[in-house]
Design a protein around this ligand. Structure first.
Ligand code: FDA
Length: 465
């Protein structure tokens, strides 16, 4: 063992875990909740689990917790209700615990604010805190050197997320669940800088500009984040002009009608999973407008009203530069110059502004970057995409016995459009939890299990970061 690197799970140390979760956003938080409930009520030895999160505390898209912004999903699609409405982790239990149940009901809405839902998620996270290592970044997964057979134990290499060189730590586990979420996407040829930010950083970056007079913002993108950013900046900076730039002709509404909404049901995951490839592609295409590059209808109405009322008053502050492409962004100490190409007349123009917000979406984080040498043992389909079982386990060659599970947008090609969303988290977490229990029951290496149990006798509690 190299200096400064502790191995958790070595002889006489922490036991090998049943599961290590990489990332602790809502997806792996839902799994921690399912594991906690299983351990409380399932009988027998509970699943041993650790979740590793690089943030110093629980946080869900904090940079976009805009005042008043509401959830795009019913509160009933919380971390537990769809799996077990009687769970102590439901949104209703949270409301009851906070003394707001009656007040919430009186609102007559299924859609809490994002700020409130974030508080609910934090409330859940606090109840499973003993399973989480905050402030640590997972940087590699490797098979543990356990002899000549298939790798049945994996090493999860972690280091402090603040970049501290010492303090590397290795967890050993029979299964990992990757839940590393989404990564901001930037337009080609645009480099982020002090005045050019992705929408995921909107709140802290805008707060830093508050004490300086801002004259103009440019917001790029016609999706929900773009519309929210335009509305937020227009409201928070009453002296500034906000130019919304996008290539569409107008903001388009998200289809949240009941039949289309069934694409987010747990049963739709079964349908999608078993559908032929060409049907999967068609379904993703037909229903992209439930989620991608679309905006909540009420927000569209609100923005339109603002534009119209400003026209009436002759003080246009919210300007919609539609059918327009962003071609370049040049940042200088006093501000930013953006180059635009209107798609209809093609006549290029420039705009000077104080800051540019790139609401240009996200891409799934690529699990292969973490998998390292394990990636070559992961099976792929004809298009080079990971093959993933219905139970969310990545198919591997016989050289890997340990389970590698994947949650989130990187499973959209197998599990459908709900993969990157909250809608089926409760049910999905239950499915993964069941798979982990089944895996443990099927383990034939009883010797290793006995060694784990012996090590458990001297278990050292996980240190808090
Ligand atoms: P998420 O990205 O939330 O979490 C991943 C976690 O992994 C992060 O905490 C990250 O720090 C951590 N991590 C990553 N790499 C790591 C590493 N190597 N080591 C340690 N930790 C690591 N969906 C919906 O259904 N309804 C809604 O209302 C919304 N609203 C919404 C608003 C905004 C502004 C955004 C950007 C997105 C939404 N979404 C949404 C979609 C969103 O993807 C979803 O709500 C969840 O965030 C998905 O949860 P995950 O845990 O998969 O990813």
């Amino acid at each position: 063992m190299s200096a400064g690197r502790a191995v958790a799970g070595g002889p006489g140390q922490w036991p090998v875990q049943d599961v290590v979760g990489v990332g602790f956003g809502p997806a792996n938080l839902a799994l921690a909740v399912a594991v906690a409930e299983q351990n409380a009520h399932g009988g027998g030895r509970g699943l041993r689990s650790v979740f590793v999160e690089r943030q110093q505390e629980f946080g869900w898209h904090r940079g976009m917790l805009l005042p008043g912004a509401t959830m795009q999903v019913s509160f009933l699609k919380d971390l537990a209700t769809m799996r077990d409405p009687g769970s102590r982790f439901t949104f209703l239990r949270y409301l009851h615990d906070k003394g707001r149940l009656a007040d919430f009901i009186n609102q007559k809405s299924f859609f809490p604010t994002r700020v409130e839902f974030h508080d609910y998620l934090r409330w859940c996270a606090a109840m499973v805190e003993d399973q989480v290592r905050y402030g640590r970044q997972v940087y590699a997964l490797r098979p543990a050197a356990d002899g000549d057979g298939p790798a049945s134990v994996l090493e999860v290499h972690t280091r402090p997320a603040d970049g501290e060189a010492s303090g590397d730590e290795v967890l050993r586990t029979r299964n990992v669940v990757l839940g590393t979420g989404l990564v901001p996407r930037f337009p080609e040829n645009v480099t982020p800088g002090p005045r050019v930010w992705h929408s995921s950083e909107l709140l802290p970056r805008a707060a830093a500009l508050k004490d300086r007079p801002a004259r103009r913002f440019v917001v790029v993108g016609a999706g929900q984040s773009g519309a929210e950013a335009a509305e937020f900046l227009h409201r928070e900076f009453p002296d500034a002009e906000v130019c919304a730039v996008f290539s569409r002709y107008g903001y388009s509404p998200a289809d949240d009608s009941p039949f289309a909404n069934r694409i987010f049901d747990p049963a739709a995951v079964d349908d999608f999973y078993t559908a032929p490839d060409e049907v999967k592609e068609s379904l993703l295409g037909y229903h992209a407008n439930t989620n991608y590059s679309v905006v909540d209808g009420e927000l569209i109405e609100q923005l339109y009203r603002t534009v119209y009322q400003e026209k009436v008053a002759g003080t246009e502050r919210l300007r919609i530069l539609n059918a327009t492409a962003l071609t370049a962004v040049e940042e200088h100490p006093q501000g930013v110059r953006v180059a635009l190409r209107p798609l209809i007349d093609g006549d290029p123009r420039t705009l000077d502004c104080d800051a540019v917000v790139l609401a240009t979406g996200y891409r799934p984080s690529d699990p292969r970057t973490l998998l390292g040498p394990l990636a070559e043992h992961c099976l792929t389909d004809g298009q080079g995409r990971l093959r993933i079982g219905r139970d969310h386990r990545i198919a591997t060659t016989g050289a890997v016995r340990a389970g590698i599970y994947l949650q989130g947008a990187a499973t959209e090609h197998t599990h459908g459009i709900t993969s990157s969303l909250l809608s089926t988290l409760a049910v999905r977490a239950g499915e993964i939890c069941d798979a982990l229990l089944l895996d443990r029951a099927q383990r034939t290496d009883a010797g290793a299990e006995a060694a784990d149990l012996a090590a458990e006798t001297g278990t050292v509690p996980l240190p808090t970061p």
